[in-house]
Ligand binder design. Structure first.
Ligand SMILES: Cc1cc2nc3c(=O)[nH]c(=O)nc-3n(C[C@H](O)[C@H](O)[C@H](O)COP(=O)(O)OP(=O)(O)OC[C@H]3O[C@@H](n4cnc5c(N)ncnc54)[C@H](O)[C@@H]3O)c2cc1C
Length: 502
């Protein structure tokens, strides 16, 4: 193709290994530039960790886990806009938080709406101030501590060699145990899937600044309206093939083959070799070293990738004979269940008849609707302890929690359940972990790394994966004489925070 020497007709310009979001984002950017791209994915479907599978008992295609994205994920949104996936997402107008259980069992839990102030004058971070006041399960002491904590967080910029965990920082800033339990822990465990002593201060600060404080759109939560497989296999796969990308599923790569100072080919598990001018290795961090040539695998800083640790996320899939709640989702505070997503076909259409009255503190209870399929997903991040327990015990505890939150559904019978634990769901954002994340440009000029684990400044998220794919693609494009830029800027920081940061 254009812009490089030694062109051999028929040879791929770029070979991408891995069909997760990082590899897909790289493929979109490179195909858009008219390059001849081949993408190899070992599994039978695209999407990597953000994908679906067929539940053999129900025949339903279900996601390995509900994936949530936020307004601050500017690169993921760009990826969706360019490829037309954006229309398969819906914005949650507000979040519902359910306060912790009453230890005496006497009173029902608080249902609280978390939403931005409506007036356009409420610039970030003031757009959420009334909302914190509305979280009725927080005490005044909690609210005061959160306000002081957020102010301290904004003014305390992490240094390059910052080794503080967020637990250290909370202790230093004298945050009360109840505030940690009911606020800091709830937000961060969901966002980063680790305990607070295993989260670096810098990662925690990024979640709050980008997600809540910098821009009023940052916190907005978006959910796919179709299974993840429909996004990547049904919509994106044809988009790529229409642009000439040769997508090969069930094609596992065994190793990369070096020739002098370049990568010459990949060897597949069936021993076939495929050549290209440029390579993008977009596999998860715990697989990457196995595929690299010896010269690179043992070389620092690449060998340090082995120091990245993984954190598990569990999703518990529950099918009931009748609805448990009509809320589209709920965040449960102080329980094993962290997020509950209503994936029933009854809510998939967002029928207004089924939605709670926006003006009320509704618990989402509504009786007279016949369900088509009452399917719920409960997500538990930082699931190390859960992963050691029998699945039946976990399901029983979660069902009991749901029935305590929505007692009107006490008679609902569980028809089927499934527990999925992704042991390598994300890399752990430990203090110092950013130092071992390599840039996309590897020490070999025609080899790029892509993946949420590469140096993106973001934690392990769909946004981080897409950023890495765009950055890898930009490097390839640059080497082949193209000038396109794909990386999108962050949301602008609104004036109140800009003043403080200055
Ligand atoms: C349970 C769970 C819940 C999550 N929730 C969220 C969420 O709500 N929001 C969010 O933003 N992020 C979430 N994430 C994180 C998000 O899914 C990941 O950060 C992102 O999908 C990573 O994309 P990736 O392309 O970097 O890696 P992957 O998705 O892991 O893609 C790598 C691909 O490489 C393939 N591969 C591996 N080895 C080979 C080989 N030898 N040859 C060929 N192909 C190979 C794999 O099959 C895979 O498809 C969640 C992750 C999990 C597991």
């Amino acid at each position: 193709m254009v812009g490089h020497s030694n062109y051999i007709p028929g040879m791929n310009d770029v070979l991408i290994v891995g069909g997760g979001l990082a590899g897909l984002a790289a493929a979109v950017a490179l195909a858009d530039a008219g390059l001849k791209v081949q993408l190899l994915e070992s599994r039978p479907r695209l999407g990597g960790r953000a994908s679906s599978f067929e539940d053999s008992s129900t025949g339903d295609v279900i996601d390995n886990c509900q994936h949530v994205t936020m307004g601050c994920c500017t690169n993921f949104w760009h990826f969706c806009r360019v490829t037309g996936l954006q229309s398969a997402f819906r914005r949650e107008p507000f979040l519902t938080f359910v306060g912790p259980p009453d230890p005496t069992g006497q009173s029902a839990p608080d249902f609280c709406r978390f939403e931005a102030a409506k007036f356009p004058v409420a610039s970030a971070p003031f757009h959420l101030s009334s909302t914190f006041a509305g979280l009725s399960y927080l005490s005044n002491q909690d609210r005061f501590a959160i306000t002081c904590g957020l102010l301290a967080l904004v003014s305390d910029r992490p240094q390059a060699d910052d080794r503080r965990s967020f637990a250290d920082w909370l202790r230093f800033n004298q945050q009360p145990a109840s505030t940690i339990e009911r606020f800091w822990d709830i937000v961060l465990v969901s966002a980063l899937s680790e305990s607070l002593d295993r989260i670096s201060y810098a990662s925690a600060r990024k979640v709050f600044v980008d997600g809540f404080l910098a821009n009023r759109a940052g916190w907005e939560v978006w959910l796919p309206t179709v299974p993840l497989d429909a996004l990547y296999s049904d919509l994106l796969h044809p988009w790529l093939t229409d642009r000439g990308v040769d997508v090969q599923l069930k094609t596992g790569v065994d190793r990369l083959i070096e020739d002098g100072d370049r990568i010459r080919a990949v060897e597949l598990r069936n021993s076939e070799q495929l050549t290209a001018r440029q390579f993008v290795l977009a596999v998860p961090h715990h697989r990457v070293l196995d595929l690299l040539p010896d010269s690179l695998r043992h070389q620092s800083p690449i060998a340090d990738i082995a120091r990245l640790e993984s954190a598990p996320i569990a999703s518990v899939h529950l099918w009931f004979d009748r609805p448990i709640t009509f809320l589209p989702h709920a965040v449960l505070v102080g329980r094993l269940s962290q997020w509950v997503f209503n994936r029933s076909s009854t809510t998939g259409t967002e029928s207004s008849a089924l939605r709670p009255n926006p003006g009320s503190k509704s618990s989402g209870a509504k009786a007279a609707v016949s369900p088509l399929s009452c399917y719920y997903q409960v997500v538990i991040s930082n699931a190390r302890e859960l992963a050691t327990r029998p699945h039946s015990e976990v399901v029983a505890e979660i069902v009991a929690e749901l029935k305590a939150v929505w007692p009107w559904a006490n008679d609902a019978q569980l028809q089927h359940s499934r527990v999925v634990v992704e042991h390598h769901a994300v890399f752990s954002p430990l203090p110092g972990s950013d130092e071992v994340r390599p840039p996309q440009q590897s020490p070999i000029s025609n080899l790029q790394f892509a993946g949420d684990w590469t140096r993106t400044g973001w934690p392990a998220t769909m946004e981080g994966a897409v950023r890495s794919g765009f950055l890898a693609a930009e490097n390839v494009l640059n080497q082949l004489g193209h000038t396109q830029r794909w990386l999108q800027p962050d949301l602008p920081i609104e004036w109140p925070l800009r003043l403080v940061l200055r």
